[in-house]
Design a protein around this ligand. Structure first.
Ligand code: ZN
Length: 257
């Protein structure tokens, strides 16, 4: 991954000149590519153009609520206000969800105010709300509540992959926190599907859908849906690896000013 910087809008940008030029010239990609190919190796240009388009977040919908905070920043206005939590025994698994609602603030209000539902985080395009503290289990996945950390992403299980990728800033936030928690709690950065979970491989990360189908949970939820972009060149997994590197280099969560 090329050198990166974080701009004031909170988006992580890949900055090499060729990528910046590719960004500016999206109206005439063919001629630009031809010109760049004369000057640089083909592979690097194609790769740079692909990476910059999604890592800069410009394919994402830029509709944050209020002032957007950086990917690694959190907003604590709903922190520890939950009405449902359980005492936690040990953290073994990070679980990805979709809120099935349109806004992060609406999600945070429900997850902090409901008597039977909560989560550790609610992430949207421009904000990360912390709700349940890590030392408690949230009311999100039934029986595994006391050994999981749960991230609610603003979105819908019915979304297509394309639709999810238009909300890449939301996925980035989920990937950053999963990478952070995997490091902090010494969890492998491994996706655990139902088969792995049933075989006892429960340390890592999964989705609510996979956990529901496993022997561990009586939940019937299917979020974040079959088209959630877990894997691929532009995916949760790719972002998780990216943030693993950034975190190893010193990036950490911080409360938004
Ligand atoms: Zn869920």
């Amino acid at each position: 991954m090329p050198a990166t910087s974080v701009d004031s809008s909170g988006r992580d940008e890949v900055v090499p000149a060729a990528q910046a030029e590719a960004e500016r010239s999206r109206q005439r990609p063919v001629s630009l590519l031809q010109r760049l190919q004369k000057r640089y190796p083909v592979v690097s240009i194609v790769r740079a153009a692909k990476v910059s388009r999604w890592l800069s977040g410009r394919r994402g919908q830029s509709a944050p609520e209020g002032r957007p905070v950086k990917t690694y920043e959190y907003d604590d206005r709903y922190f520890r206000k939950q009405h449902c939590a359980v005492s936690q025994t040990a953290i073994k698994l990070v679980v990805l969800h979709s809120t099935e609602g349109p806004t992060a603030e609406g999600g945070a209000i429900t997850l902090s105010g409901s008597s039977d539902v909560s989560a550790h985080l609610c992430v949207g395009e421009g904000v990360t709300y912390r709700i349940v503290p890590e030392w408690l289990g949230s009311c999100t996945v039934q029986e595994p509540n006391d050994w999981t950390l749960n991230i609610e992403q603003v979105g819908f299980a019915a979304w297509s992959r394309k639709k999810w990728l238009r909300h890449l800033n939301t996925i980035k936030r989920a990937a950053f926190w999963t990478a952070w928690w995997c490091k902090k709690h010494k969890l492998p950065r491994r996706f655990r599907n139902t088969k792995a979970l049933d075989a006892g491989k429960i340390r890592g990360y999964t989705t609510h859908a996979q956990l529901s189908l496993s022997k561990w949970s009586s939940s019937t939820h299917t979020d974040p849906g079959p088209n959630y972009p877990l894997f691929g060149k532009v995916s949760f997994r790719a972002l998780l690896l990216y943030y693993r590197g950034r975190i190893a280099a010193g990036l950490k969560p911080r409360q938004a000013a």
